[in-house]
Design a protein around this ligand. Structure first.
Ligand SMILES: Cc1cc2nc3c(=O)[nH]c(=O)nc-3n(C[C@H](O)[C@H](O)[C@H](O)COP(=O)(O)O)c2cc1C
Length: 373
C-alpha cells in the first residue's frame, strides 16, 4: 500500500529511539485492585486483553510515587522495590504482543485518601484508614474534604525525589514511556491552578510561580528517564470553573515542557473542584479534541487526544486533520479490547490480522480468503 493510502491511524510514529506501530493508546484507567500498591492478577488480565488487541501503547493507571500519593487504598504504587515484579509481568505481556508498555506516575495531592468510586469517592474516615494529605495550600477540594497540609520546601523536595525514584523503578519494571500525571486536580495540577494554589513564595502567585513545581518534576523525570525513550505529560487543558486555569496558561506550560524535552502532551481537562475529569462526565464526542489541536498548534508539541473517541472514522479524522498525533481510548477499550484491530478492518488497513497474536493469523486470513472467494 503506498504511503499516502495508509490510514493515518496506522502510520507508525517514532519518538526518540522508539517507534509506535500505530496511533492508538490505551488511556490510563485506575482499577483500584492493588494491594499495598502492588498489582494483582486482575491488572495482568486487564492489560493482556489490550496487549492482544493490536494497540500500539498500553498505559498503566495513575501510579502513586509515594503511599500518600495514592488516590485510594486500591491504587498502584512504585515507592518500594517489591512493587516492581508484578508490573514487570504486565510490561512483558505488552512486549510479547508487540506493544509498548507505558505508565502514568502521579501524586494525588489533596485528592488522595478517598474511597473507591463505587464506594462513593468521598474522603476516607479515620476508621477507614485515612492518611494526611498535602497540597500547595491548605485548601480542601470542597467542604467536608480533607484539609491538606500546605507543602513546605522539604515536602517539595521529598515529592521530587519520589518522582525520580519511581521513574527508576518504572524503568526497572520494563516500561518504555512514562507519563507524568499533571491533570484532574491532583498534585501537579493543583500547583498550576489559581483556585488551589494561593502560595506567596516562589511556587505560587503568577503563572511563572504556579508552573515552577510541575516543571521541576518534569525536568527530574526527564533526567531520570533514558534519553532514547519518550516522556509524556497529561494536562487538564482548562479547569472549566470560574476563576480557574485557562487554556492559554496551559499552552504556555506546554511550551516550557517542550523546552525541557517532554515529547507529547496528553490533553484532558477538568477535575480541580473534586469532580472527576470533564472527560468522564461530559457526553460530547471528541469534546476535548480542540485542546489537543490548540496545544499542538500553539506550543508546537505532539499531542494525544482523549475523551469520547470511540469510532475508527472519528479517530482517523482527528489525525488526518492534524489535530493530534496519538489517540487515547479508555472506556471503549473495556468494551472492545481489540478496538485497534476492528479499526484496521473498518479503515481498510493493510494486513489487519497481523495486529492480533500470530497464532490467530492463519485462521483469520483463511476465513477472509474464503469470504472473498
Ligand atoms: C475506570 C477509569 C479509570 C481512570 N483512571 C485514570 C487514571 O488513572 N489516570 C488518568 O489520567 N485518567 C484516568 N481516567 C480517565 C481516562 O484516562 C480518560 O481520559 C477518560 O475516561 C476519557 O476517555 P474515554 O471517553 O475514552 O473513556 C480514568 C477513566 C476511567 C473510566
Amino acid at each position: 500500500m503506498s504511503e499516502d493510502r495508509i490510514p493515518h491511524l496506522f502510520r507508525p510514529l517514532t519518538q526518540r529511539g522508539l517507534t509506535f506501530k500505530n496511533r492508538a493508546c490505551v488511556s490510563p484507567m485506575c482499577q483500584y485492585q492493588a494491594v499495598d500498591g502492588r498489582m494483582t492478577d486482575w491488572h495482568y488480565d486487564h492489560h493482556v486483553r489490550f496487549a492482544m488487541g493490536g494497540v500500539a501503547i498500553g498505559m498503566v493507571e495513575a501510579t502513586g510515587v509515594s503511599a500518600d500519593g495514592r488516590i485510594t487504598h486500591g491504587c498502584t504504587g512504585l515507592w518500594t522495590d517489591e512493587q516492581i515484579a508484578p508490573m514487570a509481568r504486565v510490561t512483558a505481556a505488552y512486549e510479547r504482543y508487540g506493544a509498548v508498555p507505558a505508565i502514568q506516575l502521579g501524586h494525588a495531592g489533596r485528592k488522595a485518601s478517598t474511597e473507591r468510586p463505587w464506594d462513593g469517592a468521598q474522603p476516607l474516615t479515620a476508621a477507614a484508614g485515612a492518611w494526611p494529605t498535602i497540597a500547595p495550600s491548605a485548601i480542601p477540594v470542597r467542604d467536608g474534604w480533607h484539609t491538606p497540609k500546605a507543602m513546605n520546601e522539604a515536602d517539595i523536595e521529598r515529592v521530587k525525589s519520589d518522582f525520580r525514584a519511581a521513574a527508576g523503578r518504572a524503568l526497572a519494571a520494563g516500561f518504555q514511556v512514562v507519563e507524568i500525571h499533571g491533570a484532574h486536580g491532583y498534585l501537579l495540577h493543583s500547583f498550576l491552578s489559581p483556585l488551589s494554589n494561593r502560595r506567596n513564595d516562589g511556587y505560587g502567585g503568577d503563572l511563572e510561580g504556579r508552573m515552577r513545581f510541575p516543571l521541576e518534576v518534569a525536568s527530574i523525570v526527564r533526567e531520570a528517564w533514558p534519553a532514547h525513550l519518550p516522556v509524556w505529560y497529561r494536562v487538564s487543558a482548562q479547569d472549566g470553573v470560574e476563576g480557574g486555569l485557562e487554556l492559554s496558561e496551559v499552552i504556555e506550560l506546554c511550551r516550557r515542557l517542550k523546552a525541557i524535552g517532554i515529547d507529547l502532551v496528553d490533553c484532558s481537562s477538568g477535575g480541580i473542584s473534586g469532580s472527576p475529569s470533564l472527560a468522564t462526565v461530559h457526553p460530547g464526542p471528541g469534546f476535548q479534541v480542540p485542546f489537543a489541536e490548540a496545544i499542538r498548534r500553539e506550543a508546537e508539541i505532539a499531542t494525544m487526544a482523549v475523551g469520547f473517541i470511540t469510532d475508527a472514522h472519528q479517530a482517523e479524522a482527528i489525525l488526518a486533520e492534524g489535530k493530534a498525533d496519538m489517540i487515547a481510548i479508555a472506556r471503549e477499550h473495556l468494551a472492545d479490547p481489540a478496538w485497534t484491530y476492528h479499526a484496521a478492518l473498518t479503515l481498510g488497513a493493510e494486513n489487519p490480522h497481523a495486529l492480533l497474536p500470530h497464532l490467530y493469523h492463519w485462521y483469520l486470513e483463511r476465513r477472509a480468503a474464503l469470504t472473498k472467494g
